[in-house]
Design a protein around this ligand. Structure first.
Ligand SMILES: C[S@@+](CC[C@H](N)C(=O)[O-])C[C@H]1O[C@@H](n2cnc3c(N)ncnc32)[C@H](O)[C@@H]1O
Length: 192
């Protein structure tokens, strides 16, 4: 358990796994190498559905290879577009079974590090995500406080702190390391 706590990606996955059920739908808002995409597919199983967004075609190609290697049977739709446009995709925006949306912000380490998530588009995507998840669903966000991520993290912090009573929001951070990633969890209540 402590190892899970120490690695933010594992911690976010453990929380999401607790919520997702076979047959659910899920969204990976930042596909990158596709680790979370594969993880989400394994959680929802062959009867579920996964949608994944990334603005870099090369990242999606690597993710596709990762999906193939893991012999995933879940239908996965990889979309080369910004997560801020998720509401424009009718299959996704009309899907009432979305149990989780995951974001691992920042840049794709194997690619162009100047292509990084941005505060305004991330917030636009988060606002849509909390609306799209089913009651009892979860949005997880790993935010970084390196120079490009600092403003983004501060804006997310403000926003999650003021979400209305339909949600419970949590923030997990390492108190004595200035630059450790922060995990935000947003849980939609079953009943407001
Ligand atoms: C930290 S990486 C994601 C890591 C990924 N979860 C993995 O397992 O490899 C962040 C990703 O967000 C992507 N990205 C940046 N801005 C985006 C946007 N507006 N919409 C969707 N993806 C975006 C980047 O291209 C990059 O691949």
């Amino acid at each position: 358990m402590i190892e899970t706590f120490r690695r933010q990606t594992l911690f976010a996955q453990a929380c999401v796994k607790d919520i997702l059920k076979p047959g659910d739908s899920a969204v990976d808002g930042t596909v990158g190498t596709g680790e979370d995409t594969v993880f989400l597919a394994q959680c929802v199983g062959p009867k579920g559905k996964v949608y994944g967004f990334d603005i870099q075609k090369a990242a999606l190609e690597e993710a596709q290879e990762n999906i193939r290697k893991n012999a995933v049977e879940t239908p996965i739709q990889l979309i080369c577009d910004g997560h801020q446009h998720m509401g424009n995709y009718p299959k996704l925006s009309e899907d009432s079974d979305i149990g989780a949306v995951m974001f691992n912000l920042g840049y794709w380490p194997d690619g162009d590090q100047s292509v990084t998530t941005q505060a305004d588009t991330t917030l636009a995507a988060l606002k849509q995500s909390v609306r799209l998840i089913r009651p009892g669903g979860i949005v997880s966000v790993i935010a970084y406080s390196h120079s490009a991520g600092q403003d983004e993290k501060e804006q997310i912090d403000q926003w999650v702190g003021h979400l209305d009573h339909h949600y419970d929001t949590y923030c997990f951070e390492v108190k004595n390391h200035n630059h450790a990633p922060t995990v935000y969890l947003i849980l939609k209540k079953e009943r407001p």
